[in-house]
Design a protein around this ligand. Sequence first.
Ligand code: FES
Ligand SMILES: [Fe+2]
Length: 466
Amino acid sequence: MTKKAQNQLSDGTMISDLIDLETREVQLRTLADREIYDLEQERLFGKTWLLLGHETEIPNAGDFIQRYMGDDSVLVARAKDGEVHVSLNVCPHRGMKITTSESGNTQVHTCIYHGWAFKSDGQFLGSPVADQCMHGKIKSKEELGLTKARVTLYGGLIFATWNIDGPSFEDFLGDAKWYYDMLFCRTDAGLEVAGPPQRFIVRANWKTAGEQSAADGFHTLTLHRWLGEVGNYSKKGEGEGKGSDLTEEMFGAEVSSPHGHALRCIDLSRKIRRLTGKDPSELSVEERLRTLPPPGMTAEMVDQLKNHFSDEQLEVMAWMPPQVGGMFPNIIFAFLYIPQPDGTVVGSLALHTYVPKGPDKLEFTNWILVEKGTPPELKENMIMQTTQLLGTSGMVEQDDSDTWPHMTLSAKGAQGKKLTLKYQAMYETGKPEGWPGPGIVNEGFTKDDTQWHWWLYWHELMTSES
Ligand code: FES
Ligand SMILES: [Fe+2]
């Protein structure tokens, strides 16, 4: 490939010009263009760490699940020694898929085409009719194993990358890890999945969902307006002094990251006042955490927090914890409190990925998480309420998945594709007073800063040829 071909699209547009760094605009065509999609497979999905699932989906030796890293199917399997391996699900013989099952258990993965066999860790075991040396004499058995990805487990979540010598997962998270730990590494036993993930196809480019996940708070006021109006969610009459539609509990701190990660840390004061009738400033950090444990934790589990967090982290968890946000490139988390008719709350821990399936299609995957040891009735309630809110037919997801296909179609129009996505609501207000956490933190309701950082990292990866 020539230098020109690597930097330009076939119509002559420079990849670097897809984003105007001065005016903070992104060309709408990036949401539908096949060439850009193909480059993303190489430069983005071939380089960054990607979420594939949770280790509790494959608890036993031989357990496996089939997942995707970009367009590539991968086999996520637990070997006899307990280690989790991620291998390209493509037979090195002639390209058939090794497994066509979504999940299962086997010690030996045998290709259905000509019968080559592989271990859970991807090693080549052998081919049939051994006396004919079907796998040939040119390559050694070691050379005929499945292509392996680099794997990291974080809070039990399985991440993998094709960038074998690239940055560690810790480096990839950077300062944002300080906040993600408050979600995924809270208890001694850790999280587990509440069953296999739900999945559905949305006819939209993966970036429509990916960039929104980088903490777009503004759309919640319009697209999800009902969240402030309906039933137990109603916050009518609480917006005075904050601007027309804003209530106290929408305010907080937004964490941006040079690697495109984003977290919205949202003020718990209103909820604590409602539950206790007291001013939260009169309560200690511990009292606040016991009154309102982090979503999905019971009051009994709160003692374990001190085993995992610094005083500064506990302070943030009791004051303005991260509740919604994303991890680059295609992850959103929502660790929320769902209001109940009696004024109490039920925790909801949802994690989604938006897996690309072509320039105008994504697969939405939704895991529901619970802390191990969650009482069965609470677990059942969390699953039901999370499904209703954030599942494939959940009230929130129906809103979001209504807009993404329209944006993708807009990006295909001869006139529409000339427009831009705009990220000009940048305030850089700085951290809230007394904020003890690291990273790029801005106080207020929501900003374009987080999504702009998401696009800046997209731009960095897409314009990097190495
Ligand atoms: S393609 Fe797999 S054994 Fe031939
Ligand atoms: Fe949304």
